[in-house]
Ligand binder design. Structure first.
Ligand SMILES: Cc1cc2nc3c(=O)[nH]c(=O)nc-3n(C[C@H](O)[C@H](O)[C@H](O)COP(=O)(O)OP(=O)(O)OC[C@H]3O[C@@H](n4cnc5c(N)ncnc54)[C@H](O)[C@@H]3O)c2cc1C
Length: 512
């Protein structure tokens, strides 16, 4: 049977949409982009919550009802509660539902990737690709920024900072943290406005940017509402995909298959296709194709804790079109060898949108930006086609726990600053009865971790025994098969992941 498509990409998210754009620049190459969720083929048809980025990190209580959200559940800590794990199920993937903070990792993140056997991914090698995808409106003349890429980036101008963000900023500076006007300047640290890929309220998802522009190309085919269930192999050569659309099954064949289904679905798809540790799938009757023990391991994330204060009487939420989470503090924890291993997103909204994981009050989202703990993705025990089992394993080391305790103490001090005191009263989450006893606090923390939304690393690239792909994204031991998305990060970077996923897509193409 002859193949209609030269390349098939599974998943139209942050990575998949960029690959579809770049690969279809060659008009002789016929590309198929498959997406499990809906497509909206013109800007006018995009639902409001996908088009506009409201910018809050809290997902609404009803996320399970949102057709654009996979709405997974994951086990937070060992024996800890199950937490919500949102992921985009729509054209543009998670870039269509995310909070649009655009932050690059630190130089050392990419240099570590290079040390792990990926010499093409050092900071020096990746910087040109950060510049390639971005159009930084505030810093267009700086040589470390791009000014003509698809993704526009802006910060809230200083004169428009809301009261809480300004007070947090001033308190942090008085506390001794450096002012940081541009968090994406290499080697920066401290407090300052976060960059957003949101312009006039409109999210700069990869669908609204990279895809909207190229839909006229006759060699780009988009098949939405189609779920890929398995990779078809001939020996170790990938030759096609089994997919389901409207309850009908189809097989599609191609000599070039790219999986960009994200850090949860990509390992699931590999395991369901017999790629991974056979122990994980043989019990489901799936035949082993390639023994790669790393598939699904190394689940990295940024565990997050909502620290919340009671607002002072009369406090009203700022009326702004900007994100309520627009100010960030990056700092290095005491005795850490890793710069910026912590981040705080200051959140001036007292709302929790009815989400039981989020306390009410003015919040500082205290986040471990480089955890030591790591988790794992498994197939669902009862049915491998169903939602996978996600074990995040947060707080499995003393150092991870202690950095949260230190962070709470820093925030206590910042909260006592006289300018901040204009807006916040007592810290309520955790309250004093818990804060005064470190043992109690440790126990409390185990029940309060939520995701920072940065699942990654589950098909990591490198050349160690747990590596799943090489540094050009090719699945080790397979032919015609690549993985390109957040799952191939060897380790999670010390930043929100979207910028780095877009970087991965732009960079990797030049390695093919
Ligand atoms: C609520 C939320 C807030 C976030 N906030 C930020 C932020 O402010 N800043 C930031 O930098 N990052 C943020 N992130 C993280 C960031 O958006 C992701 O890391 C990034 O988008 C991941 O890109 P990806 O290409 O790996 O996967 P995705 O963008 O998730 O794309 C995967 C795509 O594959 C599709 N798919 C999956 N399985 C299949 C299958 N079997 N068949 C067909 N299609 C399939 C999915 O539907 C999806 O469209 C946030 C994420 C979430 C969920």
């Amino acid at each position: 049977m002859s193949n209609i498509f030269d390349t098939v990409i599974v998943g139209s998210g942050s990575a998949g949409s960029i690959l579809a754009n770049r690969l279809s620049e060659d008009t002789s190459r016929n590309i198929l982009l498959i997406e499990a969720g809906n497509d909206y083929s013109n800007l006018e048809s995009i639902p409001e919550n996908v088009y506009y980025g409201h910018g809050n990190l809290e997902m609404p209580a009803s996320q399970e009802l949102d057709p654009h959200n996979w709405a997974y559940k994951g086990e937070s800590t060992k024996d800890g509660p199950f937490i919500r794990i949102p992921r985009g199920k729509v054209i543009g993937g998670s870039s269509s539902i995310n909070a649009q903070i655009l932050l690059r990792g630190v130089r050392e993140d990419y240099d570590r990737w290079a040390e792990f056997g990926n010499e093409h991914w050092s900071f020096e090698k990746v910087l040109p690709y950060f510049k390639k995808f971005e159009n930084d409106i505030d810093y267009s003349n700086e040589d470390y920024h791009g000014n003509s890429g698809y993704i526009k980036v802006k910060r809230v101008p200083e004169q428009e900072w809301d009261d809480v963000h300004r007070a947090f900023y001033n308190s942090c500076v008085d506390y001794g943290f450096p002012a940081c006007p541009d968090h994406n300047k290499p080697d920066s640290t401290g407090v300052g406005p976060l960059g957003f890929n949101q312009i006039d309220g409109v999210r700069q998802s990869t669908s609204i940017t990279y895809l909207a522009d190229i839909r006229h190309r006759p060699n780009l085919n988009i098949k939405s509402n189609a779920y890929v269930k398995k990779i078809i192999f001939e020996g170790t050569k990938a030759i096609g995909l089994e997919l389901e659309s409207n309850n009908q099954k189809f097989n599609i064949y191609s000599d070039d298959i790219i999986i960009s289904a994200g850090a949860i679905e990509s390992p699931k798809l590999l395991l369901n296709s017999g790629v991974g540790d056979p122990e994980k799938f043989i019990k489901h009757g799936i035949n082993p194709v390639i023994d790669l023990p790393g598939v699904g391991k190394n689940l990295r994330d940024h565990p997050m804790l909502y620290v919340a204060w009671e607002p002072t009487e009369g406090y009203t939420n700022p009326k702004t079109n900007y994100s309520r989470v627009a100010m960030g503090l990056r700092y290095t924890s005491n005795n850490s060898n890793f710069i910026n291993d912590m981040i705080v997103y200051m959140n001036s909204s007292t709302r929790n949108n009815g989400n039981p994981e989020v306390p009410e009050g003015i919040k500082a989202n205290l986040t471990l930006n480089l955890e030591e703990s790591s988790g794992e993705v498994f197939l669902n025990d009862d049915n491998p086609d169903d939602y996978p089992k996600l074990s995040y394993n947060y707080l499995s080391t003393e150092n991870d726990i202690n950095r949260f305790i230190e962070g709470i103490k820093i925030l206590e001090k910042i909260g006592e600053h006289n300018e901040f005191q204009k807006y916040v009263g007592e810290m309520l989450h955790p309250d004093i009865s818990i804060r005064k006893d470190d043992k109690l606090l440790k126990k409390w923390l185990h029940g309060k971790m939520v995701t920072g939304h940065h699942s990654s690393g589950t098909c990591k690239m490198g050349n160690d025994p747990l590596a799943v792909v090489d540094q050009s994204g090719s699945v080790i031991g397979a032919q015609n098969l690549k993985v390109v998305d957040a799952s191939i990060m060897p380790d999670c970077i010390r930043a929100n992941t979207n910028a780095t996923v877009m970087l991965i897509a732009e960079r990797i193409i030049d390695l093919w």
